[in-house]
Write a protein that binds this ligand. Structure first.
Ligand SMILES: NC(=O)c1ccc[n+]([C@@H]2O[C@H](COP(=O)([O-])OP(=O)(O)OC[C@H]3O[C@@H](n4cnc5c(N)ncnc54)[C@H](OP(=O)(O)O)[C@@H]3O)[C@@H](O)[C@H]2O)c1
Length: 278
């Protein structure tokens, strides 16, 4: 059971607590609703550098099945998942946490059934941000059952062609600026605004941001994230090679409004939902 602390106080089962939100129906006409989700330690770490893997990873001491259940419920409501090329590089090496899915197996069967009932595709599509376009084809092959869209600032024709031949749709900021007669010199980066507009152009209504701090900062900088689902695990991780929710300078502090909070005494954590103010 969970103890809801805000905005009302009650006890309720974990299962279904986020699935009831209908995030796929939140966007205004012609818009998209973008929501992010992180699990964070009490000292603000979403990832630590893993010396064995040779890269940043979510520490096993905070990752847990109850948080993962809610991660899946959020995925269940998404038309598309927003992720990073780094995730695809991990996927190619079988190091990724999961296959960006609405999970397989009996545990998550209710979420799959719920999607079907809502008229959503069996799996959300995938939108990847990448400047390098170093996206292994081996990883793309693992998500062949859905549309993969790559947003990039790269103009490397050969890499773009390779990805397109593998079935991905590549949208480059430069060619998009030329098509829409915008000044290309102002469009050399994949900005939050560009991501949001691309999602709208592709008629997506709900997008689930599951990438790390760079992608999150990109979207936040243009006020393009609507809500944050944050699991705070009551653990101090310490460390010096660490990653947080936002690892860049912000033009100003971002105020957040708490929408709900649930205490999970079983796994020593709190599930909070915030909107980005302003
Ligand atoms: N605790 C949690 O809940 C949680 C959630 C998410 C991630 N994480 C962890 O955080 C760490 C970092 O995750 P991540 O690598 O997905 O995060 P990231 O820092 O958001 O993304 C890094 C990669 O995404 C691409 N990218 C980011 N912003 C871009 C932009 N504006 N334009 C074009 N490409 C852009 C770049 O790819 P290229 O190099 O190809 O150019 C970059 O290398 C990982 O260890 C992950 O496990 C933790």
């Amino acid at each position: 059971m969970l103890k809801q602390l805000f905005p009302i106080q009650q006890e309720l089962p974990l299962q279904g607590v986020y699935l009831a939100l209908n995030l796929h129906q939140q966007a205004q006409q012609g818009d998209v609703f973008i929501y992010a989700n992180y699990i964070v330690s009490l000292d603000g770490r979403i990832a630590l550098f893993d010396e064995v893997m040779g890269e940043y990873a979510v520490p096993k001491s905070i990752a847990n099945g109850r948080d993962w259940r809610l991660y899946q419920e959020l995925a269940g409501q998404a038309d598309v998942m927003l992720t990073s090329a780094r995730y695809f590089r991990q996927l190619a090496e079988d190091k990724a946490q999961d296959l960006l899915p609405v999970g397989s197996g009996e545990k998550y069967a209710d979420i799959k059934a719920w999607r079907e009932k809502q008229g959503l595709k069996a799996q959300p599509d995938v939108m990847v941000l990448s400047n390098s376009l170093n996206i292994p084809l081996k990883a793309l092959a693992k998500v062949q059952d859905r549309q993969v869209i790559v947003l990039t600032s790269s103009q490397d024709k050969s890499k773009i062609e390779t990805l397109e031949n593998a079935g991905a749709q590549v949208i480059s900021v430069m060619s998009s600026a030329i098509e829409t007669s915008r000044d290309p010199s102002t469009s050399l980066r994949v900005t939050g605004g560009f991501v949001r507009q691309s999602l709208i152009d592709l008629k997506y209504r709900s997008a689930y941001l599951i990438a790390g701090p760079q992608v999150h900062s990109t979207l936040m900088a243009d006020s393009c994230v609507d809500e944050l689902f944050l699991t705070t695990h009551f653990t101090l991780l310490g460390g010096t090679k660490v990653s947080g929710l936002v690892d860049v300078d912000l033009p100003q502090a971002q105020s957040m409004k708490l929408l709900s909070a649930y205490l999970d005494t079983q796994d020593n954590q709190m599930f909070q939902r915030f909107s980005y103010v302003g």
